[in-house]
Structures are given as structure tokens and as C-alpha cells.
Design a protein around this ligand. Structure first.
Ligand code: NCD
Length: 324
């Protein structure tokens, strides 16, 4: 693996290798001292051209847990506002010694361009590009589902295990969601059955060709013995008209597609409720559902650090022992 750009073409073997490595990382995080010396002296940079709370902090935490130095770049307040390009910014940061770039960008394909244009010669990790891909989010979601499927969530999933037989519903604003796209590719590769649920206005053109079942009736899907329900944020900032036109009103959306107490109660006992964050409480998910014992949002965040440690390790440590 040279880069981590997306999950579209990720093989089952690669997916399982990353998840197994993330589990090994998780085991190291139970120790009193959580920092591993394995990438000491190496430098990674986070290049965020779009806002983020958890993805950026998670990547930076993961890098520090591997003893890396982190160069942290945000477009806001930088020379990007003076017109500096992605190419010049990346080359500048590599000239400061970055050995890998973690990139978030509003344009679909920006990390792929960095990886393939020959501007820089370091591994690129996609931290979310436009509506396209968000591979580490999909991996942390897969890790969370795998743990629950095989051992109730709080213990390590068996090495080599997949998601064969798991039923997952991804619900809401599929149109604008890189999380939905990345998850669909990865969960399917791992053997899960995925149903995408949303209003027709929030499903992209051409979705019938995606390897998923499409549904408009959330209540009908809830009757299907789901293992996980992944609620998506309504992405107001990507709706040019501020939400107008995609659905009649916030209260109508909540009534038809929101996860509330009544819908929560219809899930089987072991089913989990997921959300990538940030949540619009009271829109796609009620506070009660978000804070219920079925909600694994905090586990998703914790697993995110392990998955990102695994990704950095696999791209940069070249076969060194995790405990080295
Ligand atoms: C997601 C993203 O940025 O794509 N959030 C995240 O990375 N945790 C989902 C979202 O913004 O709704």
C-alpha cells in the first residue's frame, strides 16, 4: 500500500489487514503508557482545506501515539487565502520534511491528484474529499461493526474476521456523503449487506448502479433484523440553497427519516446506532437516541485513533514491529 485514497478498489485482504492492525494498536492503547516508539523521528503533516474536528484531531493523536512529529496546516488563516494552490502548499510542507500528507479538501479527487500528479513523492492519506471518499471513517466504522458482530463491542474482534452476514442501513443525506460512499464500498467488500435509505431528493443520480439496496421507507427497513443503523448528517453547507428544496421542512425530515425513541425501540437488542459526527441533534437523530446505550458514537471516535495509527504504521513503518 503506497497511499490510502479510498475504499473503492480495496481488497478484502487489505481491509482485513488494516482492521487487524488497528486491533493490535487498540491493545497497545490499554497500557499505562500509550505512546509507541515505532515512528519516532518521522514527520507527518495534516493539510486541511475544509473544517474538521474529529478527523483532524484523531489523525494527529494517532501520529503522536506513534511518536511522530506533526505539522498542522489549515487553509483558514494560511496563504491559501492569498491564492496559494494545493500544489504549492503541498510542496512547501514537504520541503519542511513531511514524509506523508493527510489531506482533506472540498474538491472531489484532490488527494488523488496529489498522489498522482508527481508534485510530491510521499504517501497521501485521504481525510475526506468533497462528496467522494473518506476511507479512514469507513475503516473505523467497519472496526466498530466487526467488534459488535463478533464480541459485543468492547473486546477485540478475532483476527481475520469479516462482516459476512451483517445487515447495515445507512440513512439520510446520501447525496452529499463521502461517508456513505466509502462505507458502502468497504462494508460490501467485507461481506456486509448494505441498504441505503433516504428521500429521493437526497439520493444521487445513478445510485441504482451502486452495490446496495435502495429504500425510501425507513420504517420498513427497521423491520429487517439490522445489526447497525448508521445515521448521516444532513449536510446543510453542501446544499447551495441552505436546505431548501431537498425536503419540505426540518420537522418533516425528522418525522420520516429521523432516528427517534420509537424507531430505536424497534431495533433488535444487539443492534448498534452509529453516526460519524458532527450530529444535528433533533434532525437526523434525537438526543435520546444519540445518548442511548445503543449509540456507539464514542466507540467510533476511539476506534478512529486505532485505525489511523494502523494506516500510518502500514504506510510508513515498513515491516517494523509494532512494539519496536
Ligand atoms: C464526516 C465528514 O466530514 O465527511 N465527518 C467526519 O469526518 N467525522 C461526516 C459529516 O461531516 O457529516
Amino acid at each position: 500500500m503506497r497511499h490510502l485514497l479510498g475504499t473503492e478498489a480495496m481488497s478484502l485482504e487489505t481491509a482485513v489487514l488494516i482492521l487487524d492492525t488497528a486491533e493490535e494498536m487498540a491493545a497497545t492503547q490499554e497500557r499505562a503508557i500509550r505512546k509507541l516508539p515505532v515512528l519516532r523521528g518521522h514527520t507527518v503533516a495534516t493539510l486541511f482545506f475544509e473544517d474538521s474536528t474529529r478527523t483532524r484531531l484523531s489523525f494527529e493523536t494517532a501520529a503522536r501515539r506513534l511518536s511522530m512529529d506533526v505539522i498542522s496546516f489549515s487553509a483558514r488563516g494560511s496563504s491559501v487565502s492569498k491564492g496559494e494552490s494545493l500544489k504549492d502548499t503541498a510542496q512547501t510542507i514537504c520541503a519542511m520534511g513531511a514524509e506523508a500528507l493527510i489531506v482533506r479538501h472540498r474538491a472531489d479527487g484532490a488527494p488523488h491528484r496529489l498522489a498522482n500528479a508527481g508534485w510530491v513523492d510521499v504517501p497521501i492519506l485521504n481525510a475526506g474529499d468533497g462528496r467522494h471518499q473518506h476511507p479512514t471513517q469507513a475503516l473505523l466504522d467497519a472496526m466498530t461493526i466487526r467488534r459488535h458482530l463478533h464480541c459485543g463491542g468492547n473486546r477485540r474482534a478475532p483476527q481475520g474476521s469479516t462482516l459476512a452476514g451483517a445487515k447495515v442501513a445507512i440513512v439520510g443525506d446520501i447525496l452529499h456523503s463521502r461517508v456513505a460512499r466509502s462505507n458502502l464500498d468497504l462494508l460490501t467488500a467485507l461481506g456486509a449487506e448494505v441498504t441505503l435509505v433516504g428521500p429521493p431528493t437526497l439520493l444521487p443520480v445513478g445510485i441504482d448502479d451502486w452495490p446496495a439496496r435502495i429504500a425510501y421507507d425507513f420504517d420498513a427497513v427497521l423491520d429487517e433484523d439490522l445489526d447497525a443503523v448508521m445515521m448521516l448528517r444532513v449536510q446543510h453547507e453542501r446544499m447551495s440553497s441552505g436546505g431548501g428544496g431537498y425536503f419540505p421542512s426540518a420537522s418533516e425530515y425528522e418525522k420520516v427519516y429521523g432516528l427517534d425513541s420509537a424507531r430505536l425501540a424497534r431495533l433488535k437488542k444487539e443492534a448498534i446506532v452509529m453516526h460519524p459526527g458532527p450530529m444535528n441533534r433533533g434532525l437526523e437523530i434525537t438526543a435520546h437516541a444519540a445518548d442511548s446505550s445503543r449509540s456507539v458514537v464514542a466507540e467510533q471516535v476511539a476506534n478512529g485513533v486505532c485505525v489511523r495509527m494502523a494506516a500510518l504504521y502500514l504506510l510508513l513503518a515498513h515491516g517494523q514491529e509494532i512494539d519496536a
